[in-house]
Ligand binder design. Sequence first.
Ligand SMILES: NC(=O)c1ccc[n+]([C@@H]2O[C@H](COP(=O)([O-])OP(=O)(O)OC[C@H]3O[C@@H](n4cnc5c(N)ncnc54)[C@H](O)[C@@H]3O)[C@@H](O)[C@H]2O)c1
Length: 266
Amino acid sequence: MQQQQKIAVVIGGGNGIGAATVRLMAARGWRVVAADIDPDAAGAIAGEVEGCVGLALDVTDTAGVADAAARIEEDLGPVTALVVSSGAFQESLPPHRMTDDAWSRVMQVNLDGTWHANRIFGNRMAARGMGSIVNIASVTGLFSSPLIAYGTSKAAVIGLTRNLAGEWGRSGVRVNSVSPGVTLVERILKHREEGTRYYGADFGAHAAMGRSVEPAEVAEAIEFLASERSSAITGIDVPVDCGWLIAAPWEMFGGCRPAVNGEVQT
Ligand SMILES: NC(=O)c1ccc[n+]([C@@H]2O[C@H](COP(=O)([O-])OP(=O)(O)OC[C@H]3O[C@@H](n4cnc5c(N)ncnc54)[C@H](O)[C@@H]3O)[C@@H](O)[C@H]2O)c1
């Protein structure tokens, strides 16, 4: 009997890390639904990737996410993997300049949206006794940065991931998160080109590996956690950051050493 194609839903799949994940999962044999608040982006990736279904979806619209989950499963079959890559961002602002609206928008998309998508798809997976959820957090959820709302929302996503993993462990649903470091998606490349926000900074220079992350490298970790290859892994966060997290203390010692470049080590 032919094995049934596994189905993955990638929310925020129209651009950046989500789009890279759609491409990689489709290449690895998944049937992928790319859901995005931007219908053009969802349509474009569906046009590009064979077999991919594009869907306009706002992760903060709880009723819309519930409808989408029911419709996808009716049309395509049970969803095996959910990836939540939708994100809201913020300027680097001191607390007295952070508006309530900006704070709420970041929390609504990054935390509430992730919660509702996890709850809706995860409950369906738990009822069937199988599934894998991968939430996209951030290294800013693991250390201190001037992104007060964004970093706080991502720390909460890592907490949510752990709690749901404990909740659904015996129901066959694994829940993990991936925390990218600065990843060179179009959005960031554009900011860098225009010299806007803080993206002019050379983040890569502060990572142990001396460079930033490519979207496809984050997608590899996501696809691994979504797949059966990670069948005993749940409740963890995987930083994909070229060693940015571990390199921070090296700044006190003048930064990471340059490459050895063939120098003989004895
Ligand atoms: N790129 C990085 O350096 C980086 C670093 C750490 C974490 N992240 C996280 O990775 C995830 C993806 O970010 P990215 O850099 O690929 O950004 P991106 O802007 O390239 O892609 C995000 C996608 O999410 C969609 N989206 C936004 N709000 C939505 C909503 N309400 N409902 C559904 N879709 C929505 C956007 O339309 C877009 O297509 C985000 O959660 C982000 O916080 C990114």
